[in-house]
Design a protein around this ligand. Structure first.
Ligand code: SF4
Length: 349
């Protein structure tokens, strides 16, 4: 293992799982793989709890916990507390359980990550911030593996800083900012495809592209769904899209703080997905994904207000978290969504 820099957003240190207070516990509905070292330890445990461990682990490569009724982890007790922590201690959690909702990416000499939007508490921390984004570097030991062009890395690292700064420039509306970075990324992609790695500044554009939200929601309905009720929900929002014109204006005036929530979500998506473009040499799609995702989350927020007559940050957190779970946490969906970046049908000039 080599010494590396660990680079994480400053808010990650605030994260602590809220366990039994969580309304969408990650120990329900997800397959939980067990790393080899933890599996060996679990299978060697004595007594009644050791027997429970042995009876609830399905051996395989990797092994996993055998989910119970409603896809609950067999070690999640009636109070929604983890029996592995209670009986063996927090340090005995398997790798996935101890790391979730943290995510990482490995570059040369740098391990970069954050906490994901799929977790209710992490989403609350990300969305409720009112400080400019910043990250902290510390030292860690790990291995970097994939090869990439160092010049492209430097270019994308610098471009990402510019994009994040522009997304936080409140001199423009959020809609203008996201529009600017979308066009910027399109031009930068064209430029790097032609071997030019200088990083221009972001220019505010007078050209505004509106999203065809109905079309994009129809597309989302064709994806793999984690929640069996998701398609029905999305279709009900598609039906609402013809009726929400008046509500949109009212929503904008009544809940101006939504702009800040969207800004935080956009910065999160860019931080998490943009720099990965060094591996595929393709990064415009990450900005496309950010722009459309923010528009979907905004529109679903309007629908929530249209239906309930009220709205607050808890609704926004739920909507953003569910969206993240259904897209970012399905490799298949993410790959289909990124490919869609080259289908220009979603933007109307
Ligand atoms: S989703 Fe987040 S807060 Fe909820 S149980 Fe999982 S890690 Fe804890």
């Amino acid at each position: 293992m080599e010494k590396m820099i660990l680079r994480m957003p400053d808010y990650c240190s605030e994260f602590k799982c809220i366990a039994d207070k969580c309304r969408d516990n990650c120990c329900i509905g997800w397959e939980i793989d067990i790393d080899k070292k933890s599996e060996e330890y679990y299978l060697s445990c004595d007594g009644e709890f050791g027997n429970k461990l042995r009876n609830n682990i399905q051996k395989g490569k990797p092994g996993c916990f055998i989910l119970g009724e409603k896809e609950r982890c067999p070690f999640l007790n009636k109070k929604n507390l983890c029996e592995i922590i209670i009986n063996l201690g927090e340090d005995k959690l398997c790798h996935i359980c101890s790391e979730h909702p943290r995510y990482y990416e490995w570059y040369n000499g740098v391990k970069e990550g954050g906490t994901g939007l799929c977790c209710e508490e992490s989403a609350r921390i990300i969305i409720s911030r009112d400080k400019p984004f910043s990250y902290i570097e510390s030292e860690t030991c790990d291995d970097s593996n994939e090869e990439y062009d160092e010049n492209l890395y430097k270019c994308l690292f610098s471009a990402r800083n510019k994009i994040i700064n522009h997304l936080q420039n409140r001199g423009y509306t959020f809609f203008e900012r996201i529009n600017d970075v979308l066009m910027y990324a399109e031009n930068l992609q064209y430029q790097t495809d032609n071997g030019e790695y200088t990083v221009p500044d972001i220019i505010h554009s007078a050209e505004i592209r509106k999203t065809d939200i109905k079309k994009f929601l129809e597309f989302l309905c064709t994806l793999e769904m984690l929640d069996p009720n998701r398609e029905k929900y999305l279709r009900s929002c598609i039906l609402l899209s013809d009726k929400t014109a008046k509500t949109e204006e009212k929503f904008k005036n009544k809940y101006p703080e939504t702009e800040l929530y969207l800004e935080n979500v956009a910065v999160y998506f860019i931080w998490r997905h943009f720099l990965k473009g060094v591996f595929s040499e393709e990064f415009y799609s990450a900005v496309f994904f950010t722009a459309l995702s923010c528009e979907v989350i905004r529109f679903l927020s309007v629908c929530c207000y249209h239906e309930d007559g009220k709205f607050d940050i808890t609704d926004f957190i739920r909507i953003a978290k569910d969206y993240s779970k259904e897209t970012e946490y399905s490799e298949k969906n993410m790959s289909v969504l990124l490919d869609e970046a080259y289908n220009n049908n979603y933007f109307l000039l």
